[in-house]
Design a protein around this ligand. Structure first.
Ligand SMILES: Cc1ncc(COP(=O)(O)O)c(C=O)c1O
Length: 420
């Protein structure tokens, strides 16, 4: 830690080296020690560090004096991004959304989505789920489940109703049916909602996944009760789930989708709200912000879409690697009594004791692999490899994790066996 940096810095505590450069799946420290980066800027570097095509597009743009800062003025870079996103991502999926560019953090896009839903419906209440994470500004924080995050800043909690996510508190209970009952019962104490907001895969909350059936039930509930369905695809989007959108294939069409993190593809700040035209209700400047047009991010975002999403080659390769990862984690899970969680390139292992997950994270780091923990107690070791990671990089990561788990869990396993 630098002595002048605030205590609030966090990732640098678990991964305390000074990093100097980065390429592909690797980070290099000042002594040129290499680390396999399976944190990927917490899902902001889906195409790895300094992806050459994106890097070249950005360098060319800067060299040609392309506009860098333009508030929300029309620019070539923005127009090109919008055209590419519309024709390559939305049109083939039969989606018709308007684009709203917000301040360049995910949490700012969530704030915008809240304002839209509240204005469009004239209602205040929003349904959010257990273990949700939607960001750390006060509106988004009120939607977030984590008590330690919400404890800070005294978020204005009124106007948010917490509902159980799929599988909460235990498998077997249909939490969508439970929510349906609450909404239908005039005496349940729940006000008619402006929106229901959810992640199709809960990234920070422990890699909990929602099934297509559950998502369809939630969408039907939103429709029946006149609420907007807001899908937070900030972490699970841009391919991380194995599809471009994490809700793809579930048979739902959210009213609003919030995106950030890997949208620029290069780690540059950029956020976007996709909204159905009928909900484009904010008047000019009603949700404002200086940095709503990061042209450098538009340039790399367009390059990423053209490079990776024009045909199916990238997603087909990703599916194969994700299947391999699922099998590898299932095998590890079976061997050590751990539960695999998540989907696509957003998977991990749930440990009965959070301290074991954190110790595996520490040992992996000393062996040159950066992986985080997530979940209510940090009990889930969470792998977010770049979607461009090679098979040998995946092999290496699993080798390191296996060795770390052996060190952490084998004495316990041995003691258990000895006691039998
Ligand atoms: C699902 C989800 N929503 C919102 C956010 C907040 O994004 P940001 O940190 O860019 O404000 C995050 C960040 O991790 C996230 O995972």
């Amino acid at each position: 830690m630098y002595s002048f940096e605030s205590n609030v810095a966090s990732y640098c505590r678990a991964f305390p080296d000074h990093f100097a450069r980065a390429k592909g799946s690797h980070l290099y420290d000042a002594q040129d020690r290499v680390f396999l980066d399976f944190l990927s800027g917490c899902g902001s570097l889906n195409y790895g560090h300094n992806e050459p095509h994106l890097q070249a597009a950005l360098i060319d743009y800067i060299r040609e004096d392309g506009v860098a800062m333009s508030l929300d003025l029309h620019t070539e870079a923005k127009a090109r991004f919008c055209k590419a996103f519309e024709s390559i991502i939305l049109a083939p999926r039969g989606m018709n959304y308007r684009f709203m560019f917000t301040g360049p953090t995910g949490t700012n896009a969530v704030e915008a989505a809240l304002k839209i839903a509240r204005k469009a419906t004239g209602r205040r209440n929003v349904i959010a789920f257990t273990n949700a994470f939607h960001g750390c500004s006060l509106g988004a924080l009120a939607l977030t489940g984590s008590r330690s995050h919400r404890g800070t800043g005294n978020p204005i909690g009124d106007g948010v109703t917490r509902a159980p996510y799929e599988g909460y508190p235990a498998a077997g209970m249909d939490s969508a049916d439970y929510l349906a009952q609450l909404l239908e019962d005039p005496s349940s104490g729940i006000d008619a909602p402006a929106a229901i907001i959810l992640e199709a895969i809960q990234g920070e909350g422990g890699l909990n996944t929602a099934s297509p059936e559950w998502l369809r039930k939630i969408q039907a509930l939103a429709r029946r009760h006149g609420a907007l369905l807001i899908l937070d695809d900030i972490q699970a989007g841009c391919g991380r789930s194995g599809r471009f959108f994490a809700f793809e294939g579930a048979g739902i069409l959210p009213d609003i989708v919030v995106m950030a993190k890997s949208l620029s593809g290069f780690g540059l700040p950029m956020s976007m709200v996709l909204l159905k035209p009928e909900y484009d209700v904010l008047s000019p400047g009603e949700h404002n912000g200086t940095f709503r047009g990061n042209n450098h991010a538009f340039v790399t975002a367009e390059a990423a879409i053209r490079r990776f999403w024009q045909d199916t080659a990238f997603i087909t390769a990703l599916e194969m690697k994700a299947d391999w990862l699922t099998t590898a984690l299932d095998l590890l899970g079976a061997r050590f009594g751990l539960r695999r969680k998540g989907r696509g390139f957003m998977q991990g292992l749930a440990f009965p004791r959070a301290e074991d997950a954190l110790e595996v994270r520490r040992l992996a780091y000393t062996a040159g692999l950066i992986v985080e923990c997530c979940g209510p107690h940090d009990e889930v070791l969470k792998l977010l490899p770049p979607l461009t990671a090679t098979q040998s990089e995946l092999n290496r990561a699993i080798e390191i994790i296996t060795a770390a788990i052996e060190l952490v869990l084998t004495p316990v396993a041995a003691a258990t066996v000895g006691a039998q």
